[in-house]
Ligand binder design. Structure first.
Ligand code: ARG
Length: 456
C-alpha cells in the first residue's frame, strides 16, 4: 500500500527498507498518549477556527472509540503500519473520512512524537515514584521491626564501628528518597509541551499552543520550535534518574546477597523470593537480588545508548531519534519490575539479630571508643589512639578481645584505666553514645523513621 506521505516519492518502499524504517513494533505502546494528544489538537484547531466544530467533534469521538477498541482488543494495531502516529490517523480516516484528514493540520509527526514521549515519561515518573515509596515503606518497616539490632559497620569491607541495623538499612531509604526528588525535578522539565513546534519551524496557522498544552496538563510550552522537536534531554535526564535508582538497588542487592551467604548469615530471604539449584539440593540462592544487580548494566546501557545516538546530531529532527524509544521503554520496564520485586523481597526477609551481634563482637570495633575513653580521662586523642592500638595488637597476640581483658591487663597500658572501661566499650554503649545528628544512636534512627514517614 502506498504511504500516506506519498507525494514527492511514489511511497512504494522496498519491503526490507519498509520494515527497517518502521517503529510500530515498539512505539505501539504510545497509543494512549498519541490519541490523547490528537484529541487536544483537534480541540485546539476548532477553538481557533482552523477546523469546524463538527469536524473536531467527529475526530474526538472517533479517537475515543479507537482508544476503547485498542484497549478492548477489538482493534488490533497493524504491525505493517509505519508508526503509531500513522496507524491512528489511518484508522481515524478510514472511520470518519474527510474530517479525519484534517487532524494533521498545523502538526508534524516530529512534534507529535516528542509530545507522546513527554506524556509517556510523565506517567512513568509518577508510577515509578509510587513504587519507590512502596520500597521505602518496606525498608522503614524493617528498620522499625529491628530497631535495636546491632551489627558491624564497615569501611573497606573491614569491621569498623558497630551500628544499628536500622540505621544501616535506612541509609538506603534516604537514597530512594533522593531518587524520588530527582524524578520530581526531572518531571518538571518533562512537563513542557513541544506540540505546535510542527516539523521544525512552527506554523502559519493561528494556533494556540498554550491552550493545547494546558488541555494536556503541561506547565508550559517549549519556546523554540527547533528545540521542541529535536532535543531529547528530558529522556536522557530520565534515564539518568533510572540509572541512579538501579545503582542504588544494585548496591542494596549486593549487601543482601553477601548477607545471605554462609559467611555472613545476617539475613535469610524468604523461600518465595529465592531459588534452588538444579543439581545441588542444599542450595538457596538470592536470584532476585542478583538480577537487580545484573539488570543495572542494561539500564546504564540504555542511558549510554541514547547519549551516543544524540551526540553530533544536527538540528532539527533526524530519523536517528526514533532510536530513543526502545532504550527508554526498556529502562522503564526494568526499573519497574526491579522495584516491584524488591519491596516484597525486603518485606519477607528475616533479620538474624544473633548472627549480626556475634559478628559485631569481632574485629575490635570498639577500639575507637576505647581511645575516646582515654581522651575523656584527659589524654590527647593521638596518644589515646596509640595506646588503644597497642592494646588491640596485644589482644590479637593473646587471643583476647577488649571485653575479656582484665583491669590489671588494661592498667599495664595506662594508669588511667578504671572499672568503668567495660561500660565504655560495650557495643550497646558504643552505639547509644553516637548521638551526633545523623549518627547511629536510637534517637537519630527515630528521627529518620519520622522523616521517612512523609514519603510512604
Ligand atoms: N516514528 C518516528 C519517531 O519515532 C516518528 C517521527 C517521524 N518523523 C519523520 N519526520 N519521519 O521518531
Amino acid at each position: 500500500m502506498a504511504k500516506m506521505w506519498a507525494g514527492r516519492t511514489s511511497g512504494e518502499v522496498n519491503g526490507l527498507a519498509d520494515s527497517f524504517n518502521s517503529s510500530i513494533g515498539f512505539d505501539c505502546r504510545l497509543y494512549r498518549q498519541d490519541i490523547t494528544g490528537s484529541m487536544a489538537h483537534a480541540a485546539m484547531l476548532s477553538q481557533q477556527g482552523i477546523i469546524s466544530q463538527n469536524d473536531a467533534d467527529a475526530i474526538i469521538s472517533a479517537l475515543e472509540q479507537i482508544l476503547k477498541d485498542i484497549e478492548s482488543g477489538a482493534l488490533e494495531i497493524d504491525p505493517k503500519a509505519e508508526d503509531i502516529h500513522m496507524f491512528v490517523e489511518q484508522v481515524l480516516t478510514q472511520r470518519i473520512g474527510e474530517a479525519g484528514k484534517k487532524l494533521h493540520t498545523a502538526r508534524s509527526r516530529n512534534d507529535q512524537v516528542a509530545l507522546d514521549m513527554r506524556l509517556y515519561l510523565r506517567d512513568q515518573a509518577d508510577s515509578i515514584t509510587a513504587l519507590l515509596k512502596a520500597l521505602i515503606k518496606e525498608i522503614r518497616d524493617k528498620a522499625v521491626e529491628n530497631k535495636t539490632v546491632i551489627m558491624p559497620g564497615y569501611t573497606h569491607l573491614q569491621h569498623a564501628q558497630p551500628v544499628l541495623f536500622s540505621h544501616y538499612i535506612l541509609a538506603y531509604a534516604m537514597m530512594f528518597v533522593r531518587d524520588i526528588q530527582r524524578l520530581e525535578d526531572c518531571r518538571r522539565r518533562i512537563n513542557v509541551s513541544p506540540i505546535g513546534s510542527c516539523a521544525l519551524a512552527g506554523t502559519t496557522y493561528d494556533t494556540d499552543r498554550e491552550y493545547e498544552a494546558a488541555k494536556l496538563g503541561f506547565d508550559s510550552i517549549c519556546l523554540n520550535s527547533l528545540d521542541g522537536v529535536s532535543d531529547r534531554d528530558f529522556c536522557i535526564e530520565f534515564l539518568g534518574a533510572m540509572s541512579t535508582i538501579m545503582m542504588h538497588l544494585s548496591r542494596l542487592s549486593e549487601e543482601l546477597i553477601l548477607w545471605s551467604s554462609q559467611e555472613f548469615g545476617f539475613i535469610e530471604m524468604s523461600d518465595s523470593f529465592s531459588t534452588g539449584s538444579s543439581i545441588m539440593p542444599q542450595k538457596k540462592n538470592p536470584d532476585m537480588a542478583e538480577l537487580c544487580r545484573g539488570k543495572t548494566g542494561r539500564v546504564y546501557g540504555d542511558l549510554m545508548g541514547l547519549l551516543t545516538t544524540l551526540k553530533g546530531l544536527p538540528l532539527a529532527y533526524n530519523k536517528d531519534m526514533q532510536e530513543d524509544k526502545e532504550g527508554v521503554f526498556d529502562a522503564c520496564d526494568t526499573v519497574t519490575v526491579c522495584l516491584q520485586v524488591c519491596a516484597p523481597m525486603i518485606k519477607t526477609m528475616k533479620v538474624n539479630a544473633k548472627a549480626m551481634a556475634a559478628a559485631a563482637q569481632k574485629g575490635f570495633m570498639n577500639a575507637t571508643d576505647l581511645a575516646d575513653y582515654l581522651v575523656n580521662k584527659g589524654l590527647a586523642f593521638r596518644d589515646a589512639y596509640k595506646i588503644s592500638g597497642s592494646i588491640v595488637a596485644w589482644c590479637l597476640q593473646n587471643g583476647k578481645i577488649l571485653e575479656t581483658m582484665s583491669l590489671e591487663e588494661y592498667s599495664a597500658f595506662s594508669p588511667l584505666f578504671g572499672a568503668d572501661v567495660y561500660e565504655a566499650i560495650s557495643l550497646e554503649n558504643c552505639v547509644a553514645r553516637r548521638i551526633s545528628a545523623g549518627g547511629t544512636s536510637l534517637a537519630s534512627v527515630e528521627k529518620q523513621i519520622g522523616y521517612l514517614g512523609d514519603f510512604v
